[in-house]
Unconditional design. Structure first.
Length: 80
């Protein structure tokens, strides 16, 4: 079990969190973000075009595997 030391906001004490727990939390938030993008694309009628491109920018786009996950959860769109 590899633990990562964390300093909670407003506290001088460090706590340790398992790396696996951090990865699981980040994955859940990434999936949530991708699903929200998918809903917005549906609401805007942009998923009806099979040639639609989705460009992902920002910090989340730097996460390893984020593009592959987006392609999995946003079908019928090309993700860049």
């Amino acid at each position: 079990m590899e633990a990562v030391p964390i300093s909670p906001v407003g506290s001088s004490a460090n706590i340790e969190i398992r790396r696996r727990d951090i990865c699981q939390l980040m994955r859940e938030r990434a999936v949530e973000l991708i699903r929200l993008v998918d809903l917005k694309l549906q609401d805007g009628g942009l998923k009806e075009n099979p040639n639609s491109l989705v460009y992902i920018t920002g910090g989340a786009s730097q996460l390893p595997g984020f593009y592959e996950m987006a392609e999995q959860f946003i079908p019928n769109c090309q993700v860049r």
